[in-house]
Write a new protein. Structure first.
Ligand SMILES: [Zn+2]
Length: 395
């Protein structure tokens, strides 16, 4: 039975279940043969007190188990660079030059890598539960462990960055409370998370996964920080992601108003998923005699297939151009990821794509019938405050 005992933002006990996504793979990346996956339900809960959308209560041990093994596909550094550039264009170079920076959860892909490639000098520390060798190479200091308990100097840092990590934390309010302690007074918390509204509009199948226990809106992220005495300094971007800067002022600890109606947004999410499923069904892929392939074997495609299991059942081959995925098994199938050179000899007659850029890049050179499904899940993003920028995700 799925339950939310305590809201991850406001600690209230008034979570209400909206809906459940069934049988999601715990590991969404292709796995080495022989490594078993688990398929569990994820409940979408709305906190009646602060409007935060989040998954059911999970134990710390369960969440830690997602990150013990090295099945995470490494992200590239383009996004971090664009985030640093956006920060500098808002506040000037002096925001980073010679600053003391704490990179929370950057053990995989430290911000220090982007900083040095952009020519900035600063003292950068990384704290991460499982820091990789790359972090040790790039950062001034690496602290392994949970940020909430890590041994860090109080009031030391000018900046704390948390890029794509806040949504993973089981106790984000403890993380933000700790940020208030290790940042100097007036220091800045620089935070990027996926955006509830933007995900529903542009990539809805990538919204619900066990790793993302929180699905923030601007309002709920705002409450997370204002409840720990931070004050908003700047909203730098709002589209599929939210990019916000908060100042450590040790101010009043109040809830912020909701920025969206979470219940209506989740209704929109479910109805979009239903429509997408119907539109894909109308293509007649399942009834087709032709052998069906998929060109994409990342986390997003695993989640897409988990949401449309009937489509997963129809596949006879999966391809990906990234070598580290090849030879591994697509979650929920017994299909081994093949290199694109095998498309011609695989017997696949119809090949599905989930991305405009990959489709446009690859399809013209192939002799099979290519079908791009991305058009079904991308809706135009309308943001009230006009902060939407297409550039955010094109990198
Ligand atoms: Zn709450």
């Amino acid at each position: 039975m799925l339950a939310l005992e305590r809201c991850r933002v406001c600690q209230g006990g008034n979570g209400r279940l909206h809906s459940v996504t069934s049988a999601l793979p715990i590991y969404i990346w292709p796995l080495p043969p022989g490594k078993s996956n688990r398929f569990l339900d994820a409940g979408l809960f709305v906190c009646e007190d602060c409007s935060h959308v989040q998954l059911q209560t999970m134990t710390d041990a369960f969440i830690d188990s997602f990150y013990e093994d090295e099945y995470l596909v490494l992200e590239d550094h383009v996004l971090d660079r664009s985030r640093i550039e956006a920060l500098v264009s808002a506040f000037g170079r002096e925001i980073i030059e010679d600053a003391r920076l704490l990179d929370i959860g950057g053990g995989n892909n430290p911000v220090a890598g982007s900083l040095s490639s952009l020519g900035y000098r600063c003292e950068s520390w990384v704290v991460d539960i499982n820091p990789r060798p790359r972090a040790k190479e790039l950062a001034s200091k690496v602290v392994a462990g949970r940020f909430e308990d890590a041994d860090l100097p109080q009031g030391h840092f000018d900046l704390a960055t948390s890029f794509d990590s806040m949504e993973h934390f089981n106790h984000p309010s403890d993380v933000v409370a700790r940020m208030a302690e290790v940042l100097r007074p007036g220091g800045l918390a620089v935070v990027a998370v996926p955006n509830l509204t933007g995900l529903i509009s542009s990539i809805p199948h990538y919204m619900v996964l066990h790793q993302h226990v929180s699905i923030f809106s601007v309002g709920s992220l705002e409450s997370l920080f204002s409840l720990q005495g931070f004050r908003r300094k700047a909203l730098l971007r709002e589209d599929t992601a939210i990019y916000l800067v908060y100042e450590n002022v040790h101010g009043p600890k109040d809830l912020s108003p909701a920025s969206v109606d979470p219940w209506a947004e989740l209704d929109r999410f479910r109805s979009r998923m239903e429509v997408i499923g119907e539109e894909i069904k109308a293509l007649g892929l399942a009834a087709d005699e032709h052998r069906l392939g998929l060109y994409a074997a990342g986390g997003s495609s695993s989640l897409f297939l988990a949401n449309f299991p009937w489509l997963r059942e129809c596949l006879s081959a999966v391809f990906d151009r990234e070598e580290h995925k090849q030879g591994r098994i697509v979650p929920g199938t017994d299909l081994v990821v093949l290199p694109p050179e095998k498309i011609a000899s695989s017997g696949v007659e119809k090949l599905l794509f989930l991305s405009d850029s990959i489709h446009d890049d690859v399809a013209p050179g192939l002799s099979v019938d290519c079908v791009n499904l991305a058009r079904f899940f991308k809706a135009p993003i309308e943001m009230e405050n006009g902060k939407h920028r297409d550039a955010w995700n094109s990198g």
